[in-house]
Design a protein around this ligand. Structure first.
Ligand code: DGL
Length: 270
């Protein structure tokens, strides 16, 4: 593998700020990697849109990233897009495409002791049945509960991650999972780790929260190792951020959410 190929960025995308949780995890695990992140903030939320529309958006963004940034890998840092479009995206491009569903689910299944687990995600992700199919294939004996959490993403996009309103909403939406006495809960939307404190307080100390963001970063690492594509022994990577919405707002809130690596934000207009 030539250094040039290793230098090509990892491209990641989400409907907005949520995929930054995956970016954070990838930067922490693989600080030398170059990354380009696309947040489709002009068209968020994806979770309440039809599957065909989300699949079209995912294909458009993938084409744009390939054309403009020549990445060595695409990370679909959005559960909703991965749930409805991962197979199509894999068929569309000739570089590896990593989704967030399988890594998170595999970890969830490893943490359970009582064989009762849950997953929370957008309406689109839950309705797609993608997690339910994976869970029934991987662990048919495990009681797997799903709950859609409409409204969570909007709180994060407004930067309201610890308000009383989000806590009240969480108490209502998570009540069935608390009652089901699950011992592991997968945050099946990349926005949700920003609400982890509230979710943890509502679920209680006996429930292990699993973030698909962290698990996906490990999957990225393993895939790069396997294909000998890792950028090693080099300087810290360059991290670029692109938004289809208000770039000043993306820079302000994005920096709060991700950290100092998020400086400038480039604009993309559809
Ligand atoms: N962060 C996304 C996900 O993981 C999408 C949220 C949305 O736009 O509704 O599902």
């Amino acid at each position: 593998m030539t250094q040039d190929r290793c230098d090509r960025p990892i491209a990641m995308f989400d409907s907005g700020f949520g995929g930054l949780t995956v970016t954070r995890a990838v930067i922490d695990l693989l600080p030398e990697e170059n990354i380009v992140y696309f947040g489709d903030t002009a068209r968020y939320p994806y979770g309440s849109k039809g599957h065909d529309e989300v699949a079209t958006f995912a294909a458009q963004i993938t084409d744009l990233l390939i054309e403009k940034y020549d990445p060595k890998m695409i990370v679909v840092a959005c559960n909703t897009a991965a749930a409805v479009a991962l197979d199509d995206l894999e068929a569309r491009v000739d570089i590896p495409v990593i989704g967030v569903l399988r890594p998170g689910l595999e970890s969830l299944l490893k943490v359970t002791v009582n064989s009762r687990v849950g997953m929370i995600g957008t309406v689109g992700t839950v309705a797609s049945g993608a997690y339910q199919r994976l869970a029934s294939q991987a662990a048919p004996a495990v009681d797997f509960r799903c709950a859609a959490c409409p409204g969570f993403v909007e709180f994060v996009e407004r930067g309201e991650t610890g308000s009383d309103q989000v806590r009240v909403l969480a108490q209502r939406l998570l009540a069935p999972l608390v009652e089901a006495k699950i011992d592991g809960l997968l945050l099946g939307c990349t926005h949700y780790p920003f609400l982890a404190r509230t979710i943890a307080e509502v679920m209680g100390r006996d429930v292990v929260l699993v973030s698909s963001a962290d698990e996906t970063a490990f999957e990225v690492w393993r895939a790069l190792e396997a294909s000998d594509d890792r950028r090693v022994g080099a300087t810290r990577g360059v991290h670029r951020f692109v938004s289809s919405g208000d770039v000043l707002e993306f820079a302000r809130l994005g920096r709060d959410l991700l950290g100092p690596e998020l400086n400038d934000v480039e604009c993309h207009t559809w």
